[in-house]
Design a protein around this ligand. Structure first.
Ligand code: NAP
Ligand code: HSE
Length: 435
């Protein structure tokens, strides 16, 4: 068998230790599949004395992880530190500059600097791979850029954040509060170091921007993703959605729109109501699922563990195996120079059915004012549920579902109600996914 492929492992947290366990456990099988053994030569993290539940004594330790790339005994640098900038980015740039292949699970870094790194890797003739950055253990990047590479994609959407999905599905099953369920998700290792990235939809937006670039051959544009997280969802939304035949899921959606011969790219992360008959409605816990629609293949559904040490390590090591086989590939499925600049889509004309939750004082005239704003904006109401008040003079929840219409009309109605004494809190809008 050929010489081992020497790798440096930067970051020994959830994913880094998962990679060590996987490479040690499946060493022989991996060597047969890769054509050569994978050997961890060097590791690095902040705290050398921390007990990580893995034996590090056989690996060299590098205090300054940004220097790992310069070592002669390293062919592949595996960055599992995290953060869009800082030491992770310095290490990534150093690695490519030294002609080393780079494997990373860092969606924040790829969403912000992926094009720069991919161009640098192309110039250096080295590989940049980030399968684990999108949907953890699900090989969706490989699926789109290899297995389904012949298709023009029409739409890619799905559940891209395990923490949010765990929170929403657990709130649904247990009726527990948002904050308690979030604490569980952090304890279980699903959440990012800063959980705001998860619950405010930023982590899902990083992944969506990467997927959209790969699916549509478009230059990655993270700033063009419209983002709303799940932190404003309350138990009552979940109950109303259920009564109407839906579950709530944080959905990332990317779609090419064509009007008057011009293409634009729609990218949005937002909680949606998903009909209970839709495959995404049955995706519970930290699971991720992505639907890709291609012009010849039809609809593909990818589903699996989107976070956690084992699944994420599985995707990281798959990238390392590719490199061992000499399969460099193009980071975004085609050379960066082939990616097109696609303008951001306007969203006002998009048609949709909206769920709108109002928190209102329980007094005469409130409903009339809200429905008048809907009438004036041309929004047609399909159904309306008001929950009885808990106490005299307290607020009540009013949940409305609209008929299909332009998003701009809903926005106009809410603008008309902005600052009204009839609202106790800002309304929450969630769109409804079709079957
Ligand atoms: P983590 O558990 O927080 O581990 C981060 C590691 O990086 C730790 O070992 C830490 O060292 C080290 N580190 C952080 N800052 C450092 C610095 N300035 N210098 C040296 N070492 C530093 O993170 P993780 O969950 O494994 O995530 C790693 C990457 O994978 C992130 O990009 C994340 O977004 C991505 N990812 C994670 C998952 C998941 O399920 N967790 C899934 C997909 C992708 P110490 O241990 O010494 O503090
Ligand atoms: N925090 C991320 C999630 C980890 O919850 O999906 C995987 O990217």
């Amino acid at each position: 068998m050929a010489e081992p492929l020497n790798i440096a492992l930067a970051g020994l947290g959830t994913v880094g230790t998962g990679v060590i366990r996987l490479i040690e456990t499946n060493a022989e099988l991996i060597a047969r599949r890769a054509g050569r053994p994978i050997r961890i030569s060097t590791v690095s993290a902040r705290d050398r004395s921390k007990d990580r539940g893995v034996n590090l004594s056989q690996y060299a330790w590098e205090d300054d992880l940004t220097q790992m790339a310069a070592r002669d005994d390293v062919e592949v640098v595996v960055e599992l530190v995290g953060g869009s900038d800082g030491p992770a980015l310095t290490l990534a740039r150093n690695s490519i500059a030294h002609g080393k292949a780079l494997v990373t699970a860092n969606k924040a870094m790829i969403a912000h600097h992926g094009l720069e790194l991919a161009e640098a890797a192309e110039r250096a003739g080295s590989a940049l791979k980030f399968e684990a950055a999108v949907a953890g253990g699900i090989p969706v990047i490989k699926g789109l850029s290899e297995g389904a590479a012949a298709n023009a994609f029409e739409r890619v959407y799905g559940i891209l954040n395990g923490t949010c999905n765990y929170i929403l599905s657990t709130m649904e099953d247990s009726g527990a509060d948002f904050a308690d369920v979030l604490a569980d998700a952090q304890r279980l290792g699903y959440a990012e170091a800063d959980p705001t990235f998860d619950i405010e939809g930023i982590d899902a937006a990083h992944k969506l921007a990467i997927l959209a670039a790969i699916a549509f051959g478009a230059r990655l544009d993270f700033d063009a993703v419209e983002v709303t997280g799940i932190s404003r969802i309350i138990a009552s939304d979940i109950a109303q959605a259920r009564a109407l035949g839906y579950v709530i899921r944080l959905i990332g959606m990317a779609e090419i729109e064509t009007a008057a011969g011009e293409s634009s790219l729609f990218q949005r992360v937002q909680p949606h109501l998903v009909p209970t008959g839709h495959p995404l409605a049955h995706v519970d816990g930290p699971t991720n699922a992505i639907v890709a629609e291609g012009n010849f293949m039809g609809r593909l559904l990818f589903q699996g563990a989107g976070a956690g040490d084992g699944p994420t390590a599985s995707a990281v090591v798959a990238d390392i195996i590719d490199i061992a086989r000499g399969e460099k590939g193009a980071a975004f499925s085609m050379p960066v120079g082939e990616l097109e600049t696609v303008p951001q889509a306007e969203t006002g004309h998009r048609l949709g059915r909206a769920y709108i939750r109002f928190t209102v004082p329980d007094r005469p005239g409130v409903l009339a004012e809200i429905t008048a704003a809907m009438r004036d904006a041309g929004v047609s109401i399909e159904s309306l549920i008001q929950r009885g008040r808990a106490e005299e003079g307290g607020d009540v929840i009013l949940a409305m579902v609209t008929h299909e219409g332009p998003e701009s009309a809903v926005n106009d109605a809410l603008r008309q109600l902005d600052g009204s004494q009839s609202l106790s809190a800002a309304p929450l809008v969630m769109y409804i996914i079709g079957e």
